[in-house]
Design a protein around this ligand. Structure first.
Ligand SMILES: *Cc1c(COP(=O)(O)O)cnc(C)c1O
Length: 414
């Protein structure tokens, strides 16, 4: 990309087909929010809807709301709204629990389908909870039945051997933003009889996903990142229709029972995606996520991807043209088609820089030990935000503002 002028940037914002979406979010004035990959901004509809759920449904209609306001159907209803965004036909996605717990459930199912194999293959840089959950499953099933194997990305394809039971991957790497080729890897795994579990934490709501088309077996993802469901919003999981008759999962809570309100003495799983429910749905939080998903109702995910790529390309171009920023090294893949919707840069003082950015109105995040991460959320990030952010970043680095003691206090959450 050639270096662009301020006028050009303003023109891009003016002619942005997603430009009006920003008005559907409540963002603080004077804040440039580039952390929607960790916690999505709040859609304005969340306030009204939360008020309705609290004052009308809970306070007034009380327990009648399970039927009257269809609280009991929320996990499926919300699942269906997510399904459209991840390329899944009806009846395969359910909203429940956290991503970690959902991983445990689908990994257990996948391992149970692979009776003669024991290896769960993943990447060494995967998000810790994903790797921890496999360790947890191994502690239940025993090391003979479940072993974790992590490899580096350059040897991933050659590690797809016939002793592997499950390939568990995160589509977009949480640090670097690297985007894996879901179709190719799923195909290669299937050729060796391996089942796949995809974690969509940093891709659902950030780019078009085609789970059905890629013949994915299982997937999980977060409600509070690009889906904007709010802090701690429930997560989701996907189980391909073709597996639903043959799978089981060990967290046999009453909500996954065929007839929960029969209060039967023995567990009988629902025969569809409902068997992945465990306990009572998180109604308040799930209702807010449902309202937040309506912001996506008229969004074309390909158009969203185009803007995401344009925002990231602009960021890189502006960083590269600024000689004062040559201390930053890009830790994301250079070709846009190999990236999700975030960029990572390394700098020895990334922590202090991140704190200084926040003080100057730019919210980005820091990942230990030296990574500075910027997330681009095409529904509410403008091209002008990118330009302003790079200006502020240049000032902080060239003036060494990050050295100030106030920017070097370690917080509990980074
Ligand atoms: C954010 C994230 C999670 C979060 O899991 P929770 O159970 O919601 O805390 C899991 N996996 C990946 C890859 C993530 O990026």
């Amino acid at each position: 990309m050639n270096v662009v002028s301020q006028a050009q940037i303003e023109q891009w914002d003016k002619s942005d087909p997603l430009g009006a979406k920003r008005l559907e979010f409540s963002l603080p004035k004077d804040v440039i929010y580039l952390d929607g990959n960790s916690l999505g901004a709040m859609p304005s509809v969340a306030t009204e809807h939360a008020k309705h759920v609290l004052e009308q449904q809970w306070a007034n209609d009380l327990i009648i709301s399970w039927n009257k306001h269809k609280w009991i159907d929320l996990p499926l209803a919300v699942g269906e709204k997510i399904a459209r965004l991840i390329g899944a036909a009806s009846g395969q996605v359910i909203c429940c629990d956290s991503t970690s717990i959902n991983l445990f459930k689908v990994l257990s199912s996948a391992m149970a389908l692979q009776k003669t194999r024991s290896v769960v293959l993943s990447l060494s840089g995967n998000f810790p909870t994903d790797l921890y959950m496999v360790e947890g499953l191994a502690s239940v099933l025993g090391q003979d039945a479940c072993k974790v194997k992590w490899v580096d990305e350059d040897i991933l394809e050659s590690a797809l051997t016939t002793d592997v039971a499950v390939l568990m991957l995160t589509q977009v790497d949480f640090r670097s933003g690297r985007l894996l080729n879901m179709e190719r890897l799923t195909n290669l795994a299937h050729q060796k009889g391996i089942l796949v579990v995809w974690d969509l934490a940093h891709s659902a709501g950030a780019l078009p996903i085609a789970l059905d088309e890629c013949q994915v077996d299982f997937a999980v993802g977060c409600g509070y990142k690009y889906l904007n469901g709010g802090p701690g919003a429930p997560a989701f999981l996907y189980v391909a229709k073709r597996h639903q008759k043959n799978v089981s999962q060990p967290l046999k809570g009453w909500m996954g029972h065929k007839r929960p309100f029969a209060f039967a003495g023995h567990y009988q799983p629902a025969e569809d995606i409902n068997q992945y429910l465990c306990g009572t749905p998180n109604v308040i939080s799930m209702s807010i996520l449902e309202a937040a998903l309506d912001v996506f109702a008229d969004v074309n995910m390909h158009q969203l991807r185009e803007k995401s790529v344009a925002l990231s390309e602009l960021f890189i171009a502006l960083v590269q043209k600024e000689p004062q920023l040559n201390e930053l090294s890009l830790a994301s893949p250079i070709p846009a088609e190999l990236r999700g919707s975030q960029l990572a840069f390394r700098h020895k003082h990334a922590h202090g820089i991140c704190q200084a950015l926040i003080k100057h109105g730019v919210i980005a995040d820091f990942r230990a030990p030296d990574t500075l991460r910027f997330g681009f959320t095409p529904l509410y990030t403008r091209y002008q935000d990118i330009a302003k952010c790079v200006n502020i970043l240049t000032n902080i680095i060239s003036q060494k503002i990050y050295q100030h003691p106030e920017f070097n206090v370690q917080q509990k959450v980074t």
